[in-house]
Design a protein around this ligand. Structure first.
Ligand code: MN
Length: 216
């Protein structure tokens, strides 16, 4: 009887420990959308958001949590993992960082132009907001295959546009990412099919410049 009780206690203690361990490893969570799933229509449709955020990004988050278990990255922050990892871990960590920035830079009330210091820095680099938009779109259209186009700042606040393949992020070049357009087909295919240029042009209508300025 006592043996049975002890076994039972051990079983409960063990499963509790396991639950705690798994909880600890669910370190990174799916970023919350600051708008409804249909809030960005018609620029980005509800189905695209549901798949892109709820399926694609959730998979990257799950993979990342599984991959860091028992490694030196277990307690590292996301940017450190992206800067210091490679291979499959880099791909998943990079995509979590990229999409966390992506999904939190839009608003149903977005659009217009940046203001303040960011507007000044854009004018200093490209002459005008319109020129910056043209170059940003051209970078996205000319990126072959899957990847990202970023507006990034260096330590002195000087801006540049970077084209990154696959899961790339400007943090690996020592730059701070401010705005990123996802040119993987999963970001636009349901709404725009092959028309990537049309999609990129439409995205300006939902950019939340206050959120982007806060990153600068
Ligand atoms: Mn994506």
């Amino acid at each position: 009887m006592i043996t049975l009780l002890v076994s039972l206690l051990l079983l409960i203690t063990n499963s509790q420990a396991k639950a705690d361990t798994n909880e600890n490893f669910m370190k990174f969570e799916l970023v919350k959308l600051p708008y409804a799933v249909d809030g960005l229509e018609p620029v980005i449709g509800k189905s695209t958001i549901e798949f892109h955020h709820g399926k694609h990004l959730q998979t990257y988050v799950n993979n990342l949590n599984n991959l860091i278990q028992g490694t030196k990255f277990e307690n590292a922050d996301l940017e450190t993992i992206v800067r210091e990892s490679d291979g499959v871990l880099f791909n998943n960590a990079g995509q979590v960082l990229n999409h966390n920035l992506y999904f939190t830079q839009f608003s149903p009330k977005g659009g217009g132009q940046p203001s303040g210091k960011l507007a000044e820095a854009i004018n200093a680099a490209w002459g005008s907001f319109e020129n910056f938009q043209k170059e940003f779109e051209a970078a996205g259209v000319s990126l072959f295959g899957s990847g990202w186009v970023w507006l990034a700042a260096d330590k002195d606040g000087k801006l540049s546009i970077t084209k990154e393949a696959n899961a790339g992020n400007p943090v690996t070049k020592g730059l701070k990412p401010l705005l990123g357009f996802d040119v993987w087909e999963h970001a636009y295919y349901l709404d725009y099919q092959n028309r990537r240029a049309d999609h990129l042009k439409e995205l300006w209508k939902i950019v939340d410049w206050k959120a982007v300025e806060a990153r600068f």
